[in-house]
Design a protein around this ligand. Structure first.
Ligand code: ATP
Length: 489
């Protein structure tokens, strides 16, 4: 575990050094749990988003995509239950004034017990905690913390407040003029993208002439005032979700839930995540809107954690929005008549798939990162840091490297760049020795490098070098674009 954690720290530093991820507002010492994606990171993130978008909207004729606003009418969040329910049980240490999420505090303590070899005790505490959270028994949770003498990491005391609920939504004021009624102009930054889909259900269904079953997909920012934001981009206060709400006939939801559970796992595998690193985790305590829910978990360097949620949300959201907006939100199912059943107006049920783009990014990078050392044929040691990002999602596909900056080699490189750049991301790099340039390309995850040398001028061939096994071969200059296109398709 110690090695895993070192590797994770190395990955975090690597992300900064090679333009993947920077701490937000770093110049001003940073803003906690908020990150900026640099030149490499933004492209990788876009590639992941595009893959998801294509798999949802282009490869499924019955799923369409929308892009709803981040700001929504405040009543949306009353109807959805977020104003009343979107909270975590918290506890403060009276001496250090530090606030903890109760489950994180207890889990941290259980991890310490495990490290000390007390696995049975650790498991017993987690089981008790889950039962108490399931019953919303806050006094019981406080007693569990006190009985086990769980201390604050800063003050090292057990001087705790009562356990309280803390709403995770960020709010701000709308418009320049203060309202006479306090709170009237409060709006929230959306804590999930799903509600933008629910409130547009009728708009999309009618204008797109969508027939059930059909889905609406969306990617976009979501905001949560996470109390304990940790593990780099795993838990952020501003993050991006990729969600799809699939509207189905009531009674068929379990069939679709099972379908999407398998489909989504397969999709993760299709972008290079090994099946052995993914697993399903069924929810014990269901959210107020769900009749079934599970997480697709990935084995991150810090353990198995949620990557994506699959939720059967019943007709809860559409029913709530109909109630709060006083508008009818129903679907007229013509097909029921054709099947010999009476025409039906009903509120569709919803199966949702919800994956965090940043968590997916972290998944891909933690699989790709390797710090390799080996002994060369002449007995000397060599090493490299490589990001083995699958070629189809790698930010840059091809680096074109003229051996020297003269003799017409940069011009040939430029011609190749112009030929390829309309089809995929590529760039020319002239600085440093070829060896150093290869190492840099390994470190930023470029799967193919092409070297232009003097022989290129004579026989129109180049050396192509493969990032993953460092193999090199001579191929025709005219075949470079075709070869890269084949490898990334
Ligand atoms: P967790 O239990 O880890 O807090 P959640 O169950 O609250 O997650 P959902 O509400 O199901 O998460 O959100 C769907 C997805 O959005 C998650 O699977 C995760 O990938 C992503 N996500 C949720 N919260 C965050 C966050 N604070 N930072 C980054 N990604 C997040």
């Amino acid at each position: 575990m110690a090695n895993e954690s070192n590797l994770f720290q190395e990955l975090v530093s690597h992300c900064k050094e090679y333009g993947y991820i920077f701490q937000s507002s770093e110049l001003y010492d940073g803003l906690s749990a908020v990150y900026d994606y640099g030149q490499m990171g933004a492209q990788l993130k876009k590639n992941l988003r595009d893959e998801w978008w294509k798999s949802m909207t282009q490869l499924n004729e019955n799923i369409v995509g929308i892009d709803a606003a981040i700001f929504m009418h405040p009543t949306v969040w009353k109807a959805s239950g977020h104003v009343d329910n979107f909270s975590d049980p918290m506890i403060d240490n009276k001496d250090s004034k530090k606030r903890y999420r109760v489950d994180h505090l207890i889990e941290g303590f259980a991890d310490e017990l495990k490290e000390a070899g007390k696995t049975t005790e650790a498991e017993a505490i987690i089981t008790s905690m889950e039962a108490l959270i399931g019953k919303d028994d806050y006094a019981g949770l406080k007693k569990l913390i006190e009985d086990n003498k769980i201390k604050c990491g800063i003050s090292k005391t057990c001087n705790w407040t009562d356990v309280r609920q803390f709403n995770l939504m960020f709010s701000t004021e709308f418009g320049a003029v203060a309202s006479e009624n306090e709170g009237d102009n409060i709006v929230y930054l959306r804590p999930e993208t799903a509600q933008g889909i629910f409130v547009n259900f009728l708009n999309v269904q009618k204008t797109g002439r969508m027939k059930i079953p059909f889905g609406i997909a969306q990617t976009g920012k979501a905001f949560r005032n996470e109390i304990v934001a940790r593990q780099f981009i795993f838990r952020m206060r501003e993050f991006e979700q990729m969600e799809m709400q699939f509207f189905v006939r009531p009674g068929t939801q379990m069939e679709w839930y099972n379908y999407w559970k398998e489909e989504r796992k397969k999709w993760h595998e299709s972008i290079g995540i090994p099946a052995a690193k993914l697993r399903f985790h069924d929810h014990v305590k269901l959210a107020h809107y769900a009749d079934a829910a599970l997480d697709i978990e990935f084995e991150f360097p810090f353990g198995w954690k949620e990557l994506e949620g699959i939720h059967s949300r019943t007709d809860f959201d559409l029913t709530q929005h109909a109630k709060f907006s006083k508008k009818k939100i129903q679907y007229y199912d013509n097909d029921l008549n054709e099947e010999g059943k009476p025409y039906g107006n009903y509120t569709p049920y919803v199966v949702e798939t919800s994956v965090g783009l940043d968590r997916l990014f972290l998944t891909v990078l933690s699989l790709a990162y390797a710090n390799e050392k080996w002994t060369k044929e002449d007995g000397t040691e060599d090493s490299r840091v490589v990001l083995r990002i699958p070629p189809k999602i790698a930010p840059t596909k091809l680096a074109i490297l003229p051996l020297i900056k003269k003799d017409g080699l940069p011009e040939i490189a430029k011609e190749l760049l112009n030929e390829c750049k309309g089809s995929f991301m590529c760039f020319c790099e002239e600085k440093d020795t070829i060896g150093k340039r290869y190492r840099r390309m390994d470190a930023i995850g470029t799967p193919f490098c092409v070297t232009i040398d003097h022989q290129t001028k004579e026989d129109q061939t180049v050396t192509i070098r493969y990032r993953d096994d460092m193999r090199q071969e001579r191929i025709a200059l005219k075949d470079v674009k075709k070869l890269v296109l084949e490898k990334i398709s």
